[in-house]
Design a protein around this ligand. Structure first.
Ligand code: FDA
Length: 299
């Protein structure tokens, strides 16, 4: 990322919300359930699966968490009604993790039970490190009853051990990603290559332990290394999938599908798009150009 891009990233909080919305539009399906379902249908028509997310996180009021649960219940019905090849991804802080540990469990259980009626899989997203223990514990509890999986982050030094323990306790289903939150050096790898190395180490360990893995990255170094590992381990297509975010690297996505891999796109939708979109913009290496064009009305 150029110095100018880094300056723009640092100034994101000062950029007007409408500009952020304009530049980040490709990253979200839209504000409504219909927008989300339409996007999943379009992806399905190209042979791509979806995992759908109702945008929202870090809620501190029960009425907001309740609203999230209701939107997920409507989403589950919509996916089932439209017979989409899609599952759902949930963020525990949107469902009340920061409000009360029992309350969030009730909400997760309501969503998991509704999904189970349609044999639908639920992925639990991973948020920042103060919430890692609670998130792993909730996955541990829920997987006893429901078809669900956990996201783990290759930048966290604890991840290999978390995955090893979970695999030793029972069949495990992970999404492995690099991790998006800003974490202290004491607990997280910071250098790009260190994170990649840990990603591949953990991926190999997970496959060795018999886990199903969603390989979530747009980094061609990692997709190439993962393809080599899949070949070396002679893994069949039903043991893994690649995963990418809506609006990021569609060419890489299409080339993986062409080479015969299963691929799932993360489809977020909803009115609370700001936090998600600013995180995506920070990862876009060409952010400055896009923001500048949006500011002067060129896109
Ligand atoms: P990296 O950031 O190095 O990107 C590789 C290349 O992709 C870049 O060089 C650029 O070309 C392109 N690129 C990446 N982001 C872009 C963008 N926004 N716009 C344009 N180009 C871009 N994290 C987390 O902490 N918890 C979670 O639950 C999840 N869930 C999740 C689901 C899925 C399906 C994916 C793909 C990712 C996540 N993540 C996540 C986010 C993840 O941790 C990570 O931050 C991003 O995937 C970016 O890392 P990459 O591996 O893509 O590498």
């Amino acid at each position: 990322m150029s110095l100018f891009d880094r300056i723009v990233v640092a100034s994101i909080p000062m950029i007007p919300k409408f500009v952020v919305g304009k530049v980040a539009a490709p990253y979200v399906a839209g504000e409504t359930l219909d927008d989300g379902l339409r996007t999943a249908r379009e992806l399905n028509s190209k042979g791509i699966m979806a995992t759908m997310d109702v945008l929202g996180e870090f809620v501190h009021e029960k009425d907001k968490a309740e609203e999230s649960v209701k939107q997920y219940l409507a989403l589950i019905s919509g996916i089932a009604r439209d017979k989409l090849d899609a599952n759902i991804s949930v963020k525990l802080t949107a469902l009340g993790l920061d409000i009360d540990p029992q309350y969030v469990r009730q909400n997760v259980r309501r969503i998991m039970a509704a999904a189970a009626e349609h044999e639908m899989f639920v992925r639990i997203d991973m948020e920042d490190s103060p919430r890692t223990d609670a998130t792993v514990d909730i996955y541990r509890e829920m997987r006893k009853e429901f078809r669900c999986g956990l996201v783990v982050q290759a930048y966290l030094k604890r991840t290999a051990e978390d995955a090893r323990k979970l695999c030793a306790e029972g069949p495990s289903n992970f999404r492995l990603c690099k991790g998006i939150y800003v974490e202290p050096e004491a607990i997280a790898y910071k250098a790009k290559q260190e994170i990649r190395d840990n990603f591949m180490r953990v991926l190999d360990q997970m496959f060795g332990d018999g886990a199903y893995v969603g390989i979530a990255t747009h980094d061609e170094y990692l997709t190439k290394a993962a393809e080599e590992l899949i070949k070396k381990r002679k893994l069949s297509r039903d043991k893994y999938e690649f995963q990418m975010l809506l609006g990021v690297k569609p060419d890489l996505r299409d080339s993986l599908v062409k080479r015969g891999h299963r691929l799932r796109v993360y489809v977020p939708f909803g009115e609370s798009w700001y936090g998600y979109c600013t995180r995506r913009l920070k990862e876009n290496p060409a952010i400055a150009g896009y923001v500048a064009k949006a500011m002067i009305g060129l896109n």
